[in-house]
Design a protein around this ligand. Structure first.
Ligand SMILES: [Mg+2]
Length: 300
């Protein structure tokens, strides 16, 4: 394992890497990449559990940085901004900035940007963080206080959910035929007080009422990983996705032809990993991030 570089050569690596050459690598020569790669780390269950750093996480990130390879953190979390998530990483000693965080909200904003025509207004059924990030990207937020036409509905986990808010969103989908975007479809939200309804439950209510299915942006959908691939300048099948969930991280990576690495520091047991089939079967299962086999992952 290479030592964490003081001058963050990984940031330079983002630029160096795009020409396909690795002039400035200062990693162990034995693991200098034979092929283009970008590393994608899930956050909850991979980097941290609650407010606790997971052993090996900071070291694995430092090792990727030392190799000068692109590295991103991904999460379906729609409650915190990349700035807040990066602050959490840094507080735990993980080398990551806001520009390295691709949350389902970041991917939702990218998706809205790609809509043609651009949506004139977006009704956000979600928390303040989701609405703020969409507004900060230049979109006009539709009001819940009137019936003005809506071009797009973005649904996440809405802690202020009411019948009136659901009704406004339903009208937008049925009457205005608004584009329907789900930040994620996670059915449950794990909380300190136990499981609570997640974005998927709210999206499910809208789907049932309006009879339309959303475009899902979060994991395991390809949208989020595609944003990562575009930012890092590699093809989707050159991503190495490291996560703790078979249905979100592993399936999402496998759907794109990326390399899927399951790490058993989160929500999945070894027995569940070994029983996984089809698109949920990881290419590689490791107990912790100390075991990330760079030589194997970077070999052609
Ligand atoms: Mg996770």
């Amino acid at each position: 394992m290479s030592a964490a570089p003081a001058d963050r050569p990984g940031r330079q690596g983002h630029r160096v890497h795009s020409d396909g050459h690795h002039h400035h690598l200062d990693g162990d020569p034995a693991v200098i990449p034979a092929r283009r790669r970008a590393f994608v780390f899930d956050m909850d269950g991979v980097m941290y559990r609650g407010s606790e750093l997971i052993a090996g996480a900071a070291e694995a990130v430092a090792a990727v940085r030392a190799l000068g390879l692109p590295l991103y953190f991904v999460t379906n979390n729609s409650r915190e901004t990349p700035v807040q998530l990066a602050a959490k990483l840094q507080g735990l000693g993980v080398d990551g900035g806001p520009e390295d965080v691709v949350s389902a909200v970041v991917a939702t904003v990218e998706y809205l940007r790609q809509l043609d025509p651009a949506p004139a207004s977006v009704l956000v059924l979600g928390g303040r963080g989701l609405a703020d990030q969409i507004e900060a990207a230049g979109f006009r937020l539709a009001s819940f206080e009137d019936d003005a036409p809506v071009a797009a509905v973005a649904a996440g986990c809405d802690f202020g959910l009411t019948y009136a808010r659901l009704a406004r969103a339903t009208r937008a989908l049925v009457v205005d035929r608004a584009a329907f975007i789900a930040v994620n479809t996670d059915p449950l939200l794990p909380t300190a007080g136990g499981p609570a309804p997640g974005a998927g439950a709210i999206v499910g209510a809208l789907t049932a009422a309006a009879g339309v299915r959303p475009t899902v942006v979060g994991k395991p959908s390809a949208h989020l990983f595609t944003v990562v691939a575009q930012r890092s300048g590699v093809a989707a099948d050159e991503l190495v996705v490291i996560g703790d969930l078979l249905d979100a991280d592993v399936a999402g990576a496998n759907d794109l032809g990326a390399t899927s690495v399951l790490v058993l520091t989160g929500a999945t047991t070894r027995a569940e990993a070994e029983a996984a089939r089809g698109r949920q079967r990881p290419d590689l299962t490791i107990d912790n991030l100390f075991q990330l086999p760079f030589d194997r992952l970077l070999a052609r």
